[in-house]
Design a protein around this ligand. Structure first.
Ligand code: FES
Length: 83
């Protein structure tokens, strides 16, 4: 399902970014552009972030094999390399 019409970003992309540690609309916008245009999709992006199972679990407390979080606060955030 298309979430952001301005940037052509789907819910799958937003869910993936949330799963990788993006916890704000700004972080999602920085990573893929969703929410950076007209803003009509920002509520949907927030809802998708909130619905991500890992959204409220600090990485240090996860007991799984997911890769480390990307540094979403860097000027040019990039996900960590696949292991
Ligand atoms: S629809 Fe997402 S910024 Fe416009």
């Amino acid at each position: 399902m298309l979430v952001c019409r301005c940037s052509g970003v789907s819910d799958r992309v937003v869910r993936r970014l949330a799963g990788e540690g993006a916890s704000t609309v700004r972080q999602v916008a920085g990573a893929c552009g969703a929410g950076a245009g007209c803003g009509e999709c920002r509520r949907s992006i927030r809802d998708l972030i909130a619905a991500e199972p890992s959204a409220e679990i600090p990485v240090a407390e996860r007991n799984d094999s997911r890769p480390a979080q990307a540094d979403w606060n860097s000027p040019n955030p990039t996900p960590p390399p696949a292991s």
